[in-house]
Design a protein around this ligand. Structure first.
Ligand code: ZN
Length: 139
């Protein structure tokens, strides 16, 4: 079963948007994290069991910069938490979905992530994510 994990929103100015969403949601973001491989700076707000992720480009060739250039600020992707991202990627491939990466990659918020091309999902960029469980000391 897919659980809505977060909604990603592309913003031009993370600091201004953090203030705006703090006013909107009545509470501040709980973390800011840079994902250097994607050239984005992200912040997260807890909204019940799900989150809002704000994304600001840190370079002009960031996917977020390109998105804003084309479509302006707004909802960029929706993310679902899955129990086993590898199994789900195989399942979606066999269902004919176009995945944007062949292997899960490390995303923000301690997750393995994979994206489904919007072309194969009614124009919506869909992220699958799975929490990375750090190796435990006790074996
Ligand atoms: Zn995301």
């Amino acid at each position: 079963m897919y659980q809505l994990e977060h909604i990603g929103i592309a913003v031009k100015d993370l600091e201004a948007s953090n203030a705006l969403f703090a006013r909107l949601l009545g509470k501040a973001h709980f973390k800011i994290e840079e994902v250097a491989t994607e050239n984005v700076l992200t912040s997260f707000f807890q909204t019940g069991e799900s989150k809002v992720e704000l994304l600001e480009a840190t370079s002009p060739d960031s996917p977020i910069a390109k998105f804003i250039e084309k479509r302006g600020e707004g909802i960029h992707h929706i993310a679902f938490e899955v129990a086993d991202i590898y199994t789900e990627m195989q399942r979606l491939k066999s269902e004919g979905f176009q995945l944007l990466n062949d292997e899960p990659k490390r995303g923000a918020d301690n997750k393995l992530v994979c994206f489904i091309h919007p072309k194969s999902a009614n124009g919506v960029l869909v992220e699958l994510c799975q929490e990375i469980k750090e190796a435990r000391g006790e074996g």
